[in-house]
Write a protein that binds this ligand. Structure first.
Ligand SMILES: C[S@@+](CC[C@H](N)C(=O)[O-])C[C@H]1O[C@@H](n2cnc3c(N)ncnc32)[C@H](O)[C@@H]1O
Length: 286
């Protein structure tokens, strides 16, 4: 049922009260969360099943919840969305963890956790969800079939570069992926990295002040997937992940809810990482 003017204003007020949105999410009735990353522009690249009824899905590194909501819209019976239990639990570089993260007060850390990890997701899923998305606070390293069960589809979008140990991360995702399940994963994979000769190359892109670690060639991801018990079944095409000016994204989603035409929305130019993304699909192998 459409919201009345008062309900819409209240939703807009709650959205505006949260700082640091990541995803632009269409909450309906013209309300769009002010995040610079408009995944409606990229979701088609993931080739997710149109009809996910009967499926249990896992969104790893869910952020504000765009993909969890998308999996639910496709009819998944249950979507479990996981992200780190706290901002400090990210794989920060040792220098950053020591000099900045560890020197924040407990109150500052709580505020970041509440705002950027929990409140935005809860608001988005509360406003646009259908009741089948559940969020859990757990690092990718701690995914556990005894605790989380197993899944027909595991989605790991734009997050593998944030872990220092991608092999362990893939291994943990394999542990929660059913034997006939599918992993859909995107990685940072610039075309100049080992493409020509099919070398399984990883490039360290960490710096002292972040939690970005690895870019990989498609062959590197393929070999890591095999090493972790996945049988790669194909590569998606590369796409360039760019942030967008928030107002332009909001206008595009308001005018035409659904997939967004990237050409119609200019990039902001602020996100400068060479984030050419390659996406791969893998089925579990025994
Ligand atoms: C670049 S965002 C991607 C968000 C979303 N998956 C997407 O594609 O738009 C990376 C997300 O991974 C989460 N993340 C980082 N390290 C993680 C870890 N060790 N375990 C689980 N999530 C993690 C971050 O908190 C963040 O929400």
């Amino acid at each position: 049922m459409p919201r009345n003017a008062e309900q819409r204003q209240e939703l807009e007020r709650r959205v505006a009260a949260i700082q640091g949105w990541y995803h632009a999410i269409d909450l309906g009735d013209g309300v769009v969360t002010p995040g610079p990353f408009c995944m409606a522009e990229y979701v088609r690249e993931y080739e997710l099943p149109d009809d996910m009824s009967g499926m249990r899905a896992l969104d790893v590194g869910c952020g504000n919840g765009f993909f969890a909501l998308d999996l639910e819209k496709r009819g998944a019976d249950e979507v479990v969305a996981v992200d780190v239990p706290s901002w400090t639990a990210k794989d920060w570089s040792p220098a950053y963890a020591r000099d900045w993260v560890a020197t924040r007060s407990a109150a500052e850390r709580d505020a970041i956790d509440q705002r950027s990890l929990r409140a935005a997701f809860e608001l988005a899923v509360g406003a646009a969800g259908q009741g089948r998305v559940r969020r859990e606070e757990v690092s990718i390293y701690d995914l556990d079939p005894d605790r989380h069960g197993t899944f027909d589809l595991v989605l790991c979008a734009s997050m593998l570069m944030h872990v220092r140990d991608p092999v362990l991360a893939l291994h943990r995702m394999r542990a929660v992926c059913r034997d006939d399940g599918v992993l859909v994963i995107s990685i940072s994979s610039p075309p100049n990295l080992g493409d020509a000769d099919g070398e399984p190359l990883a490039r360290f892109v960490g710096s002292a002040r972040q939690c970005n670690f690895w870019q990989m060639s498609p062959a590197c991801l393929r070999d890591m997937l095999q090493c972790c018990g996945f049988a790669p079944i194909g590569e998606g095409r590369r796409f360039v992940l760019a942030d967008r000016p928030v107002e332009a994204v909001q206008a595009a989603l308001r005018d035409a809810p659904g997939p967004v035409d990237a050409a119609a929305v200019p990039g902001s130019g602020e996100f400068r990482d060479p984030h050419y993304m390659c996406h791969a699909r893998a089925v579990s192998s025994a």
